[in-house]
Design a protein around this ligand. Structure first.
Ligand SMILES: Cc1ncc(COP(=O)(O)O)c(C=O)c1O
Length: 402
């Protein structure tokens, strides 16, 4: 055992705030108690605020983001339906793989890892699809493997410009509740998230938001489904219950998570994530390294994937950081294995916590011989955080960064 806290800076699971841990430190309870709906109906209602959705329905499945992907597609598509998707990292790849294994006909557009959803190519496919055979357009909002955020609103514009009626599906597992997401305004039909990232909880819930249009599509969709069938949830959720034993402790935690997010204010949560991420990006510049994300427009405010120089192994950085300093960094996955390491900067986080991760990453990089200057990344981040810190009033005098 190492004294002190281990530092968890993978891009999910994220830090579990004490308030959420305490919220789940409860005796087990009766999921059919007559007063249970008072709790669940309020939770469904308030979760919609996090997704910025007025109508439509929230679904809470015991599971994780992967279960959410499966629920989204099997509830709204029929076997053989055409799906338009792009692959630019491990998670966009896995969603495509899941669609293929479920028997859908996927037009999978391969994109260089480090870029995001290719708007022009999506437009070409949608324009050419005069018969409207494409039923689903998939967007991985934040590709966690490469630290790339895509422009969901722009995909909606492409659909509208072409006049294509396909449903818009968004993987928001590592974006929702951390960076800007607008279900209604962006015309998203199915948004998938999980409990262990922006919601700051352990893994255990697949969280879905479904638009009225997608709820209509559900009625016609003939894909086989059982555990994840919306219909069973629609029937029981209406009265505040579930079709099977819900993950009660997770729901209690989620209640407090939603309260925390709404109390801080979603726009403040997004601004905080941007500020944290910007400090990390300054550190990467100061180290003389570059991000996997090829252009600033793709920069993710929840995870930075940092390329290591030729001849070095990013997974070695993560391994050493963990074994020597008790710091968990994300490793490179699949195609980018060894080429990078990742710093997750989402959830319950502040600048001093993040600076410990930057210091640890810097130490581990130096330990394996990557030529970064001692303290350079930390100094750059420190300067950014000082310059952008909220002013503090102390004994009548306004103090800001000098
Ligand atoms: C963007 C994205 N989508 C989907 C998933 C899969 O979610 P889960 O591991 O909760 O099943 C992840 C997991 O990290 C992810 O980052």
């Amino acid at each position: 055992m190492r004294p002190g806290n281990n530092a968890l800076f993978i891009p999910g699971p994220t830090n579990l705030p004490p308030a959420l841990r305490f919220a789940m430190d409860l005796p087990l309870e009766d999921q059919r108690a007559p007063d249970f709906p008072e709790f669940t109906l309020g939770l469904f209602r308030d979760l919609k605020q996090v997704f910025k959705m007025a109508d439509g329905q929230v679904f809470l499945f015991p599971g994780s983001g992967t279960g959410g992907w499966e629920a989204a597609i099997t509830n709204t598509l029929s076997p053989g339906d055409k799906v338009l998707a792009s692959r630019f990292g491990q998670f966009s790849h896995l969603w495509i793989d899941l669609c293929q294994r479920q028997g859908f006909d996927v037009i999978d557009v391969d994109v260089e890892w480090g870029e995001g959803v290719p708007l022009e190519i999506y437009a070409e496919h949608l324009m050419a699809d005069k018969a409207h055979e494409i039923k689903a357009v998939l967007v991985c909002h934040n590709e966690t493997a490469t630290g790339v955020t895509s422009d969901v609103a722009a995909v909606r514009r492409v659909l509208d410009d072409v006049g294509h009626p396909a449903l818009l599906y968004v993987d928001g597992v590592s974006s929702i509740a951390s960076i800007d997401f607008r279900m209604d305004e962006w015309g998203v039909d199915l948004a998938v998230s999980g409990s262990q990232k922006g919601f700051m909880l352990p893994a255990g819930l697949g969280i879905l938001c479904v638009s009225p249009k997608a709820l209509e599509a559900h009625k016609q969709a003939t894909s086989r489904r059982c555990y994840f069938d919306f219909a069973d949830h629609i029937k029981t959720n209406a009265d505040g219950f579930f079709p099977y034993t819900p993950a009660m402790h997770m729901l209690r935690g989620l209640r407090v998570s939603v309260d925390m997010l709404l109390e801080e204010g979603l726009e403040n949560v997004f601004a905080r994530h941007h500020r944290m991420a910007e400090g990390v990006r300054r550190a990467v510049d100061a180290w003389g390294l570059r991000l996997c994300a090829k252009e600033p427009k793709w920069h993710s405010d929840t995870v930075s994937a940092i390329m290591v120089p030729e001849g070095f192994d990013g997974n070695e950085v993560a391994k050493l950081a963990y074994l020597r300093y008790g710091l968990s960094l994300g490793v490179g996955l699949s195609k980018v294995q060894g080429k990078l390491f990742r710093i997750g900067h989402l959830g319950d986080l502040n600048e001093l916590m993040l600076m410990s991760a930057l210091a640890g990453a810097e130490m581990a990089m130096r330990d394996i011989g990557i030529p970064v200057e001692a303290g350079s990344g930390v100094a750059a981040a420190e300067e950014h955080y000082r310059q952008t810190a909220a002013p503090v009033v102390l004994e009548g005098a306004q103090l800001s960064a000098g």
